[in-house]
Design a protein around this ligand. Structure first.
Ligand SMILES: *[C@@H]1O[C@H](CO)[C@@H](O)[C@H](O)[C@H]1NC(C)=O
Ligand SMILES: *[C@@H]1O[C@H](CO)[C@@H](O)[C@H](O)[C@H]1NC(C)=O
Length: 597
């Protein structure tokens, strides 16, 4: 099978994706057989309404999603938590006694906020309207059973028999299955786990999810069962119930505070998406917190793994852009996102490159043009759906010391050289020149942009190509003037423009030098105009010097392989493969934001 590798390095800007054709591209058939074969997209009410949304507001939002976002793959509209809570004085996220439950202790929509639910219709009419807009309907649900149902000690419904659950000659009730010692840590008055070892406990959970399916629900966002609140028994059983339903229901877990790939391995096959962080709000600290964990999940090969009746996706949470509310608030949208445009771009880029589900969180009825453009950016959405081999890319850095300009006391500052790839026609690709060290050794240095002469240039050493196939003059002809480039201290490691699939932490530190081999990814040619072109990609190397805090972790960059036919910035035919590259529209990102402390 023909194999093509993507080529990329971090440039000055935070994230850069280069695309190459992937012959073995993923199966993108939307036959319906595969659930969540692509990372789900949609809108969720939480960031803009907290729990307070009404039927009118929800349907207006669904209408807008249908008109403006559906064509871009945003398909789900999700009612977030506490749709069963009456919006009256005294009710708030952890209040007790304001919920609407049925005779079997199941949550039903608050008829004050969801008038179409009156008469036992639950969410059926809302789901119908959502479906008529060509969208899919999702709801948020909590773990186990509500404190309110436990206090009322409602009987358990045996949905297969249509009456009360009976076992050992008696009817079972909420108190028989409830585990008050396992109350939800972040909503202790609201919900607690049920004992899934008991037939009645399983019957209760089944009665919930069968009802959601009967309402026409297409996605459940199951809360307080993962991360710090892990309840593997409940996840496993709910997954089992969903797997035998006739209705496909996307199974989502949220939130995922302190989640690691090891923990997620137990659940990723049972669900379709699972959060890997705590809640993400409109703070740079929140965005920043996603870089490391996302890298770890991609390195562990968890992106798009096998999931419930299809695939599963690490979920980075909603996109808090546009008009928002505050966490835990009793108010609807009343303030604008505090993220700067650069921060939003960074977030959207990371979410896309990590193939996270994309759920817009702002008030979609009042979406501003900038936000709209960002969340419908065709390049990012293409990457989000159709790229493969997505991973954080180990950029080259070489820490150097330099004298502080004009400083007599020789104060030292740290900086990093960041090596990137760019189109050879760009002037920022020029800056390489050759230096002779002695008769046998030459090195190629980047000297451009050194504002003060105390700063060391970035240099690599030339290593002439060794031809393995003696007598094949064609090779010699082809590679005249071309060479491999080695780092001074590692003569056996060549500058490599291809990412490796598995990146160990050791390799990670080594940056993009890898063992020298016969590979066009490692072959470079210095042009007379000071550009240095890579034989495989046809792209040119460029170096940026970035002053960094001593403790900074540096720039983050991601890479992915694109699918056949993707046409972005440049293309080239090499080795029978088509190469595409794209620089994401991130030019205005400030370096300061990218130095992850
Ligand atoms: C993609 O999936 C469809 C439906 O499951 C199947 O018919 C087809 O053969 C698959 N294609 C590839 C390339 O795996
Ligand atoms: C430098 O030269 C190469 C090879 O001739 C050419 O492809 C490239 O566009 C030039 N780049 C610049 C910035 O002049």
């Amino acid at each position: 099978m023909m194999k093509c590798f993507s080529v990329s390095l971090a440039s000055l800007w935070v994230l850069l994706a280069l695309f190459s054709l992937s012959v073995s591209s993923q199966n993108i058939s939307e036959s319906g057989l595969q659930q969540a074969s692509l990372p789900p997209r949609g809108w969720n009410s939480y960031d803009s309404f907290c729990w307070t949304i009404s039927e009118d507001e929800f349907l207006q939002s669904a209408e807008m999603v249908s008109q403006r976002l559906k064509a871009h793959g945003y398909q789900f509209v999700v009612v977030d938590y506490l749709w069963y809570r009456k919006k009256v004085k005294g009710a708030y996220p952890d209040s007790l006694g304001f919920d609407v439950i049925d005779e079997w202790g199941r949550m039903i929509p608050d008829p004050g906020r969801w008038p179409s639910s009156i008469g036992g219709k639950g969410f059926s009419e809302v789901a119908n309207k959502v479906h008529s807009l060509g969208l899919k309907f999702g709801i948020h649900v909590m773990r186990g059973i509500s404190t309110q149902a436990v206090n009322a000690n409602t009987p358990i419904l045996d949905i297969t028999k249509g009456g009360a659950y009976q076992e050992s000659g008696r009817v079972w009730h909420a108190k028989d299955i409830a585990m008050p010692e396992r109350a939800c840590a972040w909503m202790p008055h609201g919900f607690m786990s049920v004992n899934t070892k008991l037939g009645a406990g399983r019957a209760f959970l089944k009665s919930l999810y069968e009802q959601y399916a009967a309402w026409g629900v297409d996605l459940v966002k199951h809360d307080c069962v993962f991360g710090d609140d892990l309840d593997l028994n409940e996840i496993s059983y709910v997954s089992e119930v969903l797997s035998v339903l006739n209705r496909p229901i996307v199974y989502s877990l949220s939130p995922g505070t302190s989640v690691t790939p090891a923990m997620a391995k137990d659940v990723s096959g049972l669900v379709n998406m699972y959060r890997i962080t705590g809640d993400d709000w409109d703070k740079w600290e929140d965005v920043k917190a996603h870089f490391d964990v996302t890298r770890d999940f991609s390195t562990a090969n968890m992106i798009g793994g096998k999931g419930l009746k299809g695939n599963s996706w690490p979920d980075l949470d909603m996109l808090p852009f546009g008009w928002l509310t505050d966490p835990g608030s009793n108010e609807g949208p009343h303030r604008f996102s505090k993220l700067t445009l650069e921060e939003k771009r960074t977030q959207m880029t990371l979410w896309s490159l990590a193939k996270s589900p994309l759920m817009y969180g702002g008030d979609v009825r009042r979406i501003d043009p900038t936000t709209y453009e960002l969340i419908t950016n065709p390049t990012l959405l293409e990457i989000n759906y159709f790229s493969s081999n997505n991973m954080e890319f180990p950029y080259i850095t070489s820490s150097i010391n330099l004298k502080h300009p004009g400083g007599k006391e020789r104060r030292l500052k740290k900086g990093i050289h960041s090596l990137g790839l760019t189109s050879c026609s760009e002037s920022k690709a020029r800056g390489w020149s050759i230096e002779s060290l002695n008769q046998d050794l030459e090195r190629i240095c980047w000297k451009k942009g050194l504002e003060n002469k105390h700063q060391a240039p970035f240099c690599v050493h030339k290593r002439e190509l060794q031809f393995r196939l003696d007598g094949v003059s064609m090779y010699q002809e082809d590679y005249r003037g071309k060479h491999q480039l080695v780092a001074t201290d590692r003569m056996k490691f060549c500058l490599d423009a291809s990412p490796r699939r598995k990146v160990t932490s050791k390799e990670f530190k080594r940056g993009t030098f890898s063992p020298c081999r016969w590979d066009s990814n490692q072959i470079w040619e210095l042009n007379s105009n000071g550009t240095m072109v890579n034989s495989y990609s046809g792209l040119c190397a460029t170096v940026e010097y970035i002053e960094a805090n001593v403790n900074s972790g540096g720039i983050r960059s991601w890479i992915a392989t694109g699918r056949t036919g993707l046409s972005l910035l440049s293309n080239k035919h090499l080795d029978g493969c088509q190469e595409f590259s794209s620089f994401l529209p991130l030019q205005s990102i400030k370096i300061g934001k990218m130095l992850i402390a």
